[in-house]
Ligand binder design. Structure first.
Ligand code: NAD
Length: 249
């Protein structure tokens, strides 16, 4: 029980097979009360109800909208009294090549994956400062490190690379207030973003580049979020943790 008595807010946590949902499940199993933030109020509430233990909440939040993030923070703080952990997990991909990216594509992918991290962090940091600390974990991707992936385009790589810089800058700025900020860089994880779209041929090809010889699952990433949320990582900030089966070796 690594999160006994703690409260955590996770964005992009309603989708059934997603990393955020698996993280909410693991955090709840470890004793945390969890706020699930996602676009749809009903789906967020249902996901919260399905978690083990009591006191979880589902809150509608569009991470690209400042007033939505502020309202979600207010609701979570009111529900729990305090928020110890923020997981900036929400994200989208678009499988486009550089020359095919419109300004609209660019804006959407940057808004959800990068601006969303800024807006939700801005919404929670004043509260964390006031209560003397907290932990923020941010979702990046191997696409940031390799300059592309199978499902994310160059704008996705740029947004996820931006997350790494933003997280380090926030770690530096908020460290003196006791707030740790870290990033996670998963490889290919089987979720709705990826899973259904892989052909057998693609899978065989991908596995040649993964020393652990399997794709990741959402729980593999949830365990790293758990480490970053808990006191096990009490002296870790500004770090980037790869969860990719050895893809970058
Ligand atoms: P997913 O589609 O299951 O989860 C993404 C969630 O974000 C969904 O619940 C979706 O509703 C939510 N979301 C989208 N736009 C939002 C917005 N504007 N406001 C609030 N919520 C919003 O996919 P996933 O694979 O679990 O992705 C979770 C995160 O992990 C994403 O940031 C993704 O980029 C990242 N990631 C995934 C992989 C992978 O291989 N699956 C690899 C590296 C990084």
């Amino acid at each position: 029980m690594l999160l006994n008595g703690k409260t955590a807010v996770i964005s992009g946590a309603a989708s059934q097979r997603g990393i955020g949902r698996a993280t909410a499940q693991l955090f709840a199993e470890h004793g945390a009360r969890v706020a699930i933030l996602d676009l749809d109020a009903g789906a967020s509430a249902d996901a919260a109800k399905a978690l083990p233990g009591d006191g979880h909440v589902g809150i509608a939040c569009d991470v690209t909208d400042k007033s939505s993030c502020d309202a979600a923070a207010k609701a979570a703080i009111e529900a729990f009294g305090r928020v110890d952990v923020l997981v900036n997990n929400a994200g989208i991909t678009q499988p486009l090549k550089t020359l095919d990216i419109s300004l609209e594509n660019w804006g959407k992918v940057i808004d959800v994956n990068l601006t969303g991290v800024l807006l939700l962090s801005q919404a929670f940091v004043p509260h964390m400062k006031e209560k003397g600390g907290g932990s923020i974990a941010c979702m990046s991707s191997v696409s940031a490190q390799r300059g592309g992936g199978i499902f994310g385009g160059p704008h996705y790589s740029a947004a996820k690379a931006g997350v790494l810089g933003l997280a380090k800058a926030m770690a530096r700025e908020f460290g003196p207030a006791g707030i740790r900020v870290n990033s996670v860089t998963p490889g290919l994880i089987q979720t709705d973003i990826t899973g259904g779209k892989l052909t057998d041929e693609m899978r065989t090809d991908i596995l040649k580049g993964i020393p652990l010889n399997r794709l990741g699952d959402a729980a593999d990433v949830a365990k790293i979020y758990l480490f970053l949320a808990s006191d096990l990582s009490s002296y870790v900030t500004g770090a980037t943790i790869d969860v990719n089966g050895g893809m970058l070796i």
